[in-house]
Ligand binder design. Sequence first.
Ligand code: ATP
Length: 241
Amino acid sequence: MGDYALTTSKLCKYYGQNQILENVTMSVPSKSIYGLVGENGAGKTTLFRILAGLSKPSSGTFSIMQSVSLQELSEARRRIGFMIEMPALYPDMTVLQNIFVQQIQYNGHKDASKAISVLQIVGLDTQQNKKARHLSLGMKQRLALAIALLNDPEILILDEPINGLDPMGIVEIRELLLSLNQTNGITIVISSHILSELEHIATHYGFLHNGKLLREVSSSSIPQSSDGLEGFYKDMLEGGK
Ligand SMILES: Nc1ncnc2c1ncn2[C@@H]1O[C@H](COP(=O)(O)OP(=O)(O)OP(=O)(O)O)[C@@H](O)[C@H]1O
């Protein structure tokens, strides 16, 4: 995969007059868990949407697994599992049927054994016959993650994947992500508001603030003190580091 799974160079995005991303130059090492930290409105989702091909940058370039051309990028994206927005679920279909819909859209056919295996990975196999309308938010999050895993991705891009999960659910997703990274070698890019949670799993961080990537560091640069990542981030925003 090369040294970097994803890179961006001087990426800018405007909506009308508003500059949302400003010269974002980012490098996500292969096989890392890269925590993207940033306040509400910092531009995290916008950046992920560009990588996913859901939005175009106003200027700048990016690469996914060394692919840069439009055609190569669309191939490379097939090797990424995205969880950016909640996938459109059919409320009157079951969990399993919703997985089948995704498989048919993506590959043209359904694959029941693969569907069950991703539901097992995210701990939803016991709920496979439940209608989507009856799922809790946390269960929907797991289903979105299951969908992102359907095509054995080499990279996972996860926007706030633990939003809405209870503490036990958060621990389970954390362990799942660690295992996907360590056992399957999947590079994971993850945004979360819960810095203490990112701290449990991230090997690298990028700090996005007002559309600018202030700094990238490896987790070894974060002090092991009680306010570790939170304190580091606060000091950085205050210009202390
Ligand atoms: N389609 C759009 N049109 C206009 N402005 C947009 C659009 N999408 C996002 N924005 C604006 O871009 C800015 C960045 O939004 P974005 O969703 O990328 O931030 P974020 O870091 O993901 O925040 P959050 O953590 O709240 O999800 C916000 O000010 C938002 O209002």
